[in-house]
Design a protein around this ligand. Structure first.
Ligand code: FES
Length: 131
């Protein structure tokens, strides 16, 4: 197992916001074709802000820790702010990831972005219907 920071191990063993929230507006699904890991990020949005977020991740320790961290970083943020969360933000907040594991944090940031994009698409469709 690669050397993980204390913070990574802490999030891996005690993940925050794990599981599908009872209510959510959109989900982002991303997969890593190399390792086969899959991640789902669920978001609940109110007045353009992420009020609840959860994740389901079938993956390595780093994938679980980065999922947990990305949900912590995104919670309470506006959609625009959350879109700007990068894989480096996630890795930095976890006090670094072994270079071989950087693709795992990519997955978390991409999953969040996918959820936000899906939410926006859904909203546009709803608005089309009402106009
Ligand atoms: Fe697949 Fe980490 S090894 S996401």
């Amino acid at each position: 197992m690669p050397m993980y920071s204390k913070k990574v191990m802490e999030h891996f063993t005690h993940p925050r916001n794990m599981g599908k929230p009872k209510e959510y507006d959109a989900v982002g699904k991303v997969g890593n074709p190399v390792c086969g890991d899959v991640m789902y990020i669920y978001i609940k949005v109110k007045e353009n802000r992420i009020v609840d977020i959860g994740f389901e991740t079938m993956g390595c320790a780093a994938a679980i820790a980065t999922s947990s961290m990305v949900t912590e970083l995104a919670k309470g943020k506006t959609l625009e702010e959350a879109m700007k969360i990068t894989r480096d933000d996630v890795a930095e907040s976890l006090e670094g990831l072994p270079p071989i594991k950087m693709h795992c944090s990519n997955l978390a940031a991409d999953g969040l972005r996918a959820a936000i994009m899906n939410y926006k698409k859904k909203r546009e469709k709803e608005q089309d219907k009402t106009t």
